[in-house]
Structure formats: C-alpha cells, structure tokens
Design a protein around this ligand. Sequence first.
Ligand SMILES: [Zn+2]
Length: 272
Amino acid sequence: MLLGVDIGGTKIATGLVNRSAEVFSVRSFPTLANEGYSVSIEQVWRAIKQSLAPEVEAIGICAPGPLNPKTGIVLNPPNLPGWRNVPLEKMAREKFGLPVRLENDCNAAGLAEARFGAAKGCNSVFYAAIGTGIGSGIILDGKIYHGKNGAAAEGGHVSIDYRSETICRCGSRGCIEALASGHVLERIGAYDLNEISMQLGAWLGSVVSLLDPDIIVIGGGVAQIGEPLFEKLRAIVPTRTVNPHARELPIVPAKFGAEAGIVGAAAVVMTA
Ligand SMILES: [Zn+2]
C-alpha cells in the first residue's frame, strides 16, 4: 500500500492507494498557505502522520510547481507563500523513515492516466489539466519526461499569439493559460466556447506536431464541459497540425478527477 499526498494551495489531500490504483481513506487537511512556510509545512507533516497506516510501504507527494522532481526540492510555488528551495523529499524521508518521491502535480496526474486511467496501455501521452490555470504532463515511453532541470512540460506557458495583449502571470504574452483557462472564463463571465475551442485546438495541434502522442487526455474543471468541447477539439486539432495521423488521435476526458493527484503521487512512488 502507498500513501499519496497532494499538496495544493488550499488543501492537502491524502489517500491510501494499492497497486491497482484503488484509493482508500481519502482525507483532506487545510494547507493554511497564507500563514506562511512554518505553518503550512507543519500541516503537511500533520496530514502525513494522521494518514499513515502500518501497511504503507512508501509515500508519494505531489505539489504545484515550480519544483525539481530530480532533486526532490520545492522551489518557490506561487500557491505556497514562503516556500523557497524546500528539500521536501529528503525531509519527509527522514521524518517518516519510508521511501519518498516528490513530483509536479500535473506530471503525476499524467502518469496516473497513463498507467491506470484514460490512457492505460499507451506509451506516449500528452495530459492537460485545464482549470483555474493550465498544466500539463508528458509521458514518453511510459515515463514522465522531465527535461534537463525537471522543468519540462509547462504546456500552459506555450504561447499561441506573440502579439497578444494578454500578459500571462509568467510575464510572457499569449500563453494558452492566460487565454483559455478557467480563471479567464470566470473573469469574462461566460463560456465563449468557439473562441476557447479554437485557442485550445491551435495549442493542441502544435503539441501533436511536436510530440505525435498516442493519446491526449484532458482533465481539470474546463474539461467538465464535456462532449461539446471534446467534439470541437477532435474536429479542430487535425486542421492545426502537419501530422497526417491526427484524425485518428484520441482526445479523451481524464479518468481521475479530484483524486488525480493522490493516485498520481502514488503512481510515481510505485514506479520508483
Ligand atoms: Zn505564461
């Protein structure tokens, strides 16, 4: 049995996960992120301590980026004020005496889909979480693609319009996250589905040209729009890529919803 821990800006979700990705005893603890590092790190330890069971063999933790999964260090996530270069993996290993792995939350969710979810059996997977922001995970040959510094797969910050007047929170212009995420949808107060579909379609078309994945899996709040969105994406993406196989490319909703991070974190430690 593995313990999956999903650290978010608002809550820390935990669950026991077996090797078939079944989840038991899901619990939630407030992160208290705004009270600063010393309070929120104690919340993480409290969450793990209260969720551990004697049969737990290892702990998988996922957290919002930026973090370096290769070194197990949380860098400086905007959602966790005061956290700066925190060696979370090492700290947790020493505190609980169990193997621990740390992973970016979208990478972890992508791995969960590839191993147990909507992309089960697929070798190369592009996973996108479209919610208040847009995150992504790239699974190549069954493994998370990390890049040199563990900073790969920031798909939300791929720009689709260099002239855009929309400045992203990363400082660049026309990032897909700044144009088509749930946060923007809330601000404009309406779903202009055609515009959003065209933007997401152009973005995913570029992804297909670049990666030629077996499947695209979409999770997060915006994906809850469901079939009307997916139908449009399946129609638009082949018109926005040079890849001649794009018409056969499955573009499907994620299997895991709120538990994506817990299962993903466990999947990471399962493959370690
Ligand atoms: Zn950006």
